[in-house]
Design a protein around this ligand. Structure first.
Ligand SMILES: Nc1ncnc2c1ncn2[C@@H]1O[C@H](COP(=O)(O)OP(=O)(O)OP(=O)(O)O)[C@@H](O)[C@H]1O
Ligand SMILES: [Mg+2]
Length: 421
């Protein structure tokens, strides 16, 4: 492996191995650090895809938009759509073309600022700045996303773009979002890309933009959060900031420590963009393979039912994650996130198919399909779960009203909710 094409992977302060990428071939190479292999800790850090051998391993099958040639667990650290827009805009502002930035260089920008606990060296050090004004950041992000303004040339100064680059490129997903940390006693908000101390609460904030939607998607997501909790779904605490932005406490930063987290796509290499990879059964099988407690399997069943009942069609494989327990060398289902009404309520979505299939179906899923999954994964009392989730519908409507979702939108959404009989 040529030296300048290598990056070193760290986790929990240990060197895990080295990674190379031949972008022309779309092939990557990984070699474990021998000391890491010899020691007895963290044996299940990567329970799939990497074999625990000292020889170099070659990966050639991940040459697509999702993985960009990288092993999936590493590709999980790269930004998605929103992060990439910010990345490109910032690079262009420094007169560099995205085409000239290699994937490994992008990982070097992730450095120690990524989601989860994986870190990359060499890393590009980015000077810290002090506080964050979320509304100011939102205004700049909206300028970056505004195509018309982009075409007429962006009038943004380098510093403001740089700030967004720092805190807006780590998390995945399509919607505009930033990472911030809030001091527990003073309430001061600082950039959340590297801070991981226990004096702060760490948030992922989905920014409320005044975009084309005639209602606040963030308020809808907040109402979904309240309903999901009510229906027995495990989620991190979420709150609205200035009734505009949706903030969720990060589960990859707990008690001041980084947690190793991988999305279902990242840990398995199943492509969330490929329908044939995308089923709830794959998720259940993953939990079984990881020897997660049965409670996690029941929780996944409840989430599946919730997403079906509340028409969350966008429940793809990057919207489910697993979290590593470094003390027990074991895995669990992570708290749920990105649970919301994912489509335009003003269109009739009954015919749109969902991201994850259930018993091979993306439409017309019925009680028999749910019973079959319950039997396959030994879910006791699955009918009770379904009833409990369905009973949350009235609660959802009332919290949506109380949080300020327009009545017309609530009506339209309710029409698309599903009842299993
Ligand atoms: N509470 C959280 N703690 C840690 N990581 C989180 C949390 N919520 C979300 N994430 C991570 O951030 C990513 C983006 O968040 P989210 O899925 O909510 O954004 P999105 O832009 O709505 O996504 P999508 O493109 O699926 O619509 C998730 O894929 C997940 O990896
Ligand atoms: Mg998402």
């Amino acid at each position: 492996m040529a030296k300048n094409n290598l990056i070193t992977l760290y986790c929990f302060g240990l060197e895990i191995g080295r990674l190379g990428l031949d972008e022309q071939r779309g092939a990557s190479f990984f070699q474990y650090n021998e000391h890491f292999l010899q020691q007895d800790r963290y044996k299940r850090l990567f329970p799939l895809i990497f074999r625990r051998i000292k020889q170099t391993q070659v990966f050639e099958r991940y040459n697509n938009d999702t993985f960009r040639g990288l092993p999936p667990m590493i590709a999980d650290s790269l930004p998605d759509l929103f992060g990439n827009i910010i990345f490109r805009t910032w690079m262009e502002s420094t007169r560099r073309d995205m085409k000239d930035i290699s994937v490994l260089e992008q990982l070097a920008y992730v450095g120690n600022r990524g989601m989860g606990a994986l870190e990359y060296h060499p890393n590009k050090s980015l000077s810290p700045e002090d506080t964050v004004n979320i509304n100011e950041i939102t205004e700049i992000v909206s300028q970056v996303l505004d195509q018309k303004r982009q075409q007429n040339g962006l009038q943004l100064n380098h510093d403001s773009l740089f700030n967004i680059f720092k805190i807006g490129t780590s998390a995945g997903g399509m919607r505009p979002k930033i990472l911030v940390s809030q001091h527990k006693s003073s309430g001061v908000i600082i950039p959340g890309d590297v801070a991981s101390g226990n004096d702060y609460n760490h948030y992922l904030v989905k920014l409320g933009m005044d975009d084309e939607a005639r209602y606040s998607r963030e308020l809808v997501e907040y109402a979904y959060y309240l309903a999901a909790i009510h229906a027995g779904i495990d989620m991190m605490e979420c709150r609205m900031i200035d009734e505009k932005h949706f903030a969720t406490v990060r589960f990859d930063r707990l008690e001041g420590k980084k947690k190793h987290v991988l999305t279902a796509t990242g840990i398995t290499g199943l492509n969330y963009m490929d329908p044939k990879d995308s089923s709830y059964e794959h998720l259940f099988d993953l939990l079984v393979f990881l020897k997660c407690p049965h409670r996690d399997i029941e929780q996944l069943y409840r989430r599946m039912v919730f997403n079906l009942v509340f028409a969350n069609h966008d429940d793809h494989l990057k919207n489910h994650s697993v979290i590593y327990n470094e003390d027990l060398d074991s895995w669990n289902l992570s708290p749920a996130y990105d649970i919301t009404y994912s489509l335009n309520p003003e269109l009739n979505i009954k015919t749109r198919s969902r991201a994850l299939s259930v018993n091979g179906k993306r439409n017309g899923i019925d009680m028999d399909d749910l019973a079959l999954i319950a039997e396959k994964y030994t879910i006791k009392n699955h009918k009770k779960v379904i009833v409990e989730v369905q009973d949350t519908m009235t609660y959802w409507a009332s919290v949506a009203r109380d949080t300020g979702v327009p009545a017309r939108i609530i009506e339209l959404m309710l029409k698309n909710f599903m009842i299993f009989v």
